[in-house]
Design a protein around this ligand. Structure first.
Ligand code: NDP
Length: 246
């Protein structure tokens, strides 16, 4: 259970992040949802989170911008008093073959997926150290382990997240702060909806558990890593891919 714990979920407004926010709220954690767009749908979702008997806030924050991250984390501390759980889930793709990929497109993906994860951890690490407690969970991808044609930028960012996770795990283990990553395979969300049917079929062929993953499949593992009881588990990368990459 996560009763009384305070969590930030970046990119918590839809897809995997939304499922994580719901799962943490179900376990009793207060949840701050970070995203760049303050839509009616997102505000309704944050209201819905209150029905779990927890505090929930929406914080507008582009994780790739240091000043926005600083202000946003301060707002959460003001609202909740402290932070115990940080889920770095915000992520984007900009798929192109290398020949067509411009450095601007490469950088944009790296800035959100990798620099954004770094900035969020950097801003939360002081409060974590002070309270000698923290759970950091980063959302990587199996693509960061196996590579993928058309995703050089995305794969590089997600491989970077794994290196970052392991380094943070080593640096802050003695302070009661654990840092782990999950590496989802193909999960049904807006990000994967855009794939042509033939591509989805080809992907299914490679998945021993013959289905795409759901956001809840990821949220269940994140909720496990967020528990106080996982204090001896750090620097780990858990694949959630139906056996696609074994
Ligand atoms: P979605 O595109 O459905 O959702 C992305 C979320 O991130 C939204 O809430 C979006 O809100 C937010 N976001 C995007 N850019 C920023 C930013 N700069 N700052 C803050 N928030 C931002 O993605 P998924 O749910 O599919 O993916 C979630 C994570 O899981 C990503 O890191 C992705 O790489 C990873 N993943 C997904 C897989 C999949 O198959 N779907 C597989 C493996 C990993 P807004 O637009 O308002 O900013």
């Amino acid at each position: 259970m996560l009763k009384g714990k305070n969590a930030i979920v970046t990119g918590g407004s839809r897809g995997i992040g939304k499922a994580i926010a719901i799962r943490l709220a179900m376990e009793g954690a207060n949840v701050a949802v970070f995203a760049t767009k303050e839509t009616k749908e997102t505000m309704d979702f944050v209201k819905e989170l209150h029905t779990y008997g927890i505090k929930a806030v929406f914080v507008s924050c582009n994780v790739a911008l240091e000043e926005e991250v600083k202000t946003a984390v301060a707002k959460v501390i003001e609202a909740f008093g402290s932070i115990d759980i940080l889920v770095n889930n915000a992520g984007i793709t900009n798929d192109k073959l290398l020949m067509q990929m411009k450095s601007e497109g490469f950088e944009r993906v790296l800035n959100v997926n990798l620099l954004g994860t770094f900035l969020m951890i950097k801003e939360c690490i002081r409060p974590f150290m002070k309270q000698r407690y923290g759970r950091i969970i980063n959302i990587s991808s199996v693509v960061g382990m196996m590579g993928n044609a058309g995703q050089a930028n995305y794969a590089a960012s997600k491989a970077g997240v794994i290196g970052l996770t392991k380094s943070i795990a080593k640096e802050y283990a003695s302070r009661g702060v654990t840092c782990n990553a999950v590496a989802p395979g193909y999960i049904s969300t807006q990000m994967t909806e855009a794939l042509p049917e033939a591509t989805t079929q080809a992907i299914l062929e490679q998945i021993p558990i013959k289905r795409l993953g759901t956001p809840e499949d990821v949220a269940n593992v994140v909720a496990f890593l967020a528990q106080e009881e996982t204090s001896y588990l750090t620097g780990e990368v858990i694949k959630i891919d139906g056996g696609m990459y074994i």
